[in-house]
Design a protein around this ligand. Sequence first.
Ligand SMILES: *[C@@H]1O[C@H](CO)[C@@H](O)[C@H](O)[C@H]1NC(C)=O
Ligand SMILES: *[C@@H]1O[C@H](CO)[C@@H](O)[C@H](O)[C@H]1NC(C)=O
Ligand SMILES: *[C@@H]1O[C@H](CO)[C@@H](O)[C@H](O)[C@H]1NC(C)=O
Ligand SMILES: *[C@@H]1O[C@H](CO)[C@@H](O)[C@H](O)[C@H]1NC(C)=O
Ligand SMILES: *[C@@H]1O[C@H](CO)[C@@H](O)[C@H](O)[C@H]1NC(C)=O
Ligand SMILES: *[C@@H]1O[C@H](CO)[C@@H](O)[C@H](O)[C@H]1NC(C)=O
Length: 565
Amino acid sequence: MKYSIACSAVLLISIICISSRLTNNPKPNIICIIADDVGWNDVSYHGSDQISTPNIDSLGYHGLLLKRFYTQQVCTPSRAAFLTGQYPIRLGFQGYPLALGVPKHIPKDVNTLPISLKKLGYSTHLIGKWHLGYAKKEHTPLGYGYDTHFGYWNGFMGYFNHTIGAKYTGYDLHDNYQPITNKNGQYATDLFTERALDIIKNHPRQDSLHLVISHLAGHTGKTLKTDHESELEVANVTATNEKYSFIKDTNRRKLAEIIENMDKSVGDVVEALAKRNMLENSIIVFFSDNGAPTYGMHANSGSNYPLRGIKMTMYDGGVRTPSVIYSPLLQRTGDVFNGLFHVSDWVPTLFRAAGGNIKDFGPTDGIDQWENLVNNQMLNERTELLVDIDPKFNYSAYIGYNGRYKLINHSYFSYNYTGDKGFTNPTIHYQRIKTSKTNIYIEKITNDRLTLKQTISLRNKVHLNCAPSAHEQERDEIRPCDGVCLFDLKEDPCEYRNVAAEHPEIVEYLSFKLNHLMREAKPKPPIGFDVRSDPKLCNNTWFNWLDHDGCWYNHLSNSFDNNSL
Ligand SMILES: *[C@@H]1O[C@H](CO)[C@@H](O)[C@H](O)[C@H]1NC(C)=O
Ligand SMILES: *[C@@H]1O[C@H](CO)[C@@H](O)[C@H](O)[C@H]1NC(C)=O
Ligand SMILES: *[C@@H]1O[C@H](CO)[C@@H](O)[C@H](O)[C@H]1NC(C)=O
Ligand SMILES: *[C@@H]1O[C@H](CO)[C@@H](O)[C@H](O)[C@H]1NC(C)=O
Ligand SMILES: *[C@@H]1O[C@H](CO)[C@@H](O)[C@H](O)[C@H]1NC(C)=O
Ligand SMILES: *[C@@H]1O[C@H](CO)[C@@H](O)[C@H](O)[C@H]1NC(C)=O
């Protein structure tokens, strides 16, 4: 586990090992796998075996489990931060997510991870969700550094019919700009996996690969307003009910099946990398874009237990999500990484891992934590982060004071405790890990053998200890934060107790930082639906409506542009 055999104890030898690795091999392949709306307790390494994720768990058990990984509270801002390394407030992408047919895009003068990796010689591919605008071709993934995109432009789609929208509705599965309608009826997770395997199999091995697989799982497949119309789609509902009969909530059973399918996809991707001898030189990152919407809009019965709050809130249940990293380049693995890490940090961290010079990247709010991850240490540590500033509902939050305290300035609709606790059976968990593809292929290329004892110890280490019993009573008096609240995340990770009155100086300091960023925030003008984007105008397909040849269908006969397909 701990240190790789070849580069062990002696520092000098390890320097030689690392530098020879750098000179002999191409730059590492960078594979990022993003889950949608998957909460803290929806992966099995966090303690619940209800939803079994042995492949994701194995990545972390052989790599690092990020215990303090923060995203934005909702998808669009999270994806903007992951693409650019900047806080969404700098881009006008803060707060509420992008709705259908809204002509907005990421500012074109901003650098992105795929643009900068391309400059280092990488081929760059995005599979799955985009959700950052598509009024013009240049606003889609290909306009921001990806060589190819196979997936959807809006926030989600039906798992089988690949459509989104109620009043305005249409197909949203695209291959670059070309709508794909002949895959109707095929399960989204399978389609994305198939494409990922295809890219890996055909990747010229001397080149470096940057592949982002941005899953639909575990988002609902339809526009929903309440829990009662949940649309969590699985291949066979009867079989799902039988398989997960130990879970009471039938929607959570479906979520379990959806997430297990995604986990299986992770195993297939690892297998494909291993079979092409690419795994030895890869970095694989997994994270969820925000906390689970346990109830309410797009309810998926996900669980952020034991954290407070859900998706869209500033509480940790909305923004502290599962994340793991695996790479043979990491030196001290099989452990928990305790440093504060923000989704924007992946940009400079992965750029640096690819051999890039951070100074070349341009402005970023992300912090290069590559050395921290490689050595599981906390130098050049992140100590503060902006959670977000929502200009519509006027809520915001900031974490600071050595990463210990969180200031919440006004809370949003949901602020209580929900989500399944699950149960745990370490032996079953271990058996699933051992037989997962990810574990099998990682054990093939390393000398690391996971033991039952290690998995139990890691699960204990990543477990969140909620407040001391003295605070439990306060937990019962759950109320929204109407003004300013302060939580001590170190002593009270479940945010039971507002300590604002006890620490006025910390409140003052964090308010100062937050207000400073409020002044810097790029305004977010309320741009609404553009009727010209109506899929009815384009063979019932969402299209890049502001381009002169936006609807490929209307232009097939005259100005057919092969390069754009
Ligand atoms: C697509 O599938 C979703 C989820 O099952 C369903 O709600 C929606 O009505 C379907 N749309 C079309 C156009 O068939
Ligand atoms: C769905 O699962 C049930 C129970 O396992 C099985 O009997 C049935 O044949 C399956 N249906 C389909 C269409 O595969
Ligand atoms: C948020 O603040 C703005 C500006 O002060 C105000 O116009 C708006 O009504 C507020 N929104 C809510 C939901 O309170
Ligand atoms: C949390 O709030 C929601 C919405 O107000 C409510 O339906 C639910 O019962 C509450 N749960 C708890 C545990 O208080
Ligand atoms: C809270 O947010 C409002 C804007 O909605 C801002 O005017 C106020 O200064 C903030 N308060 C603190 C303590 O940061
Ligand atoms: C229009 O969409 C249908 C499926 O909805 C598809 O069969 C047909 O090929 C599309 N037309 C064009 C020109 O792509």
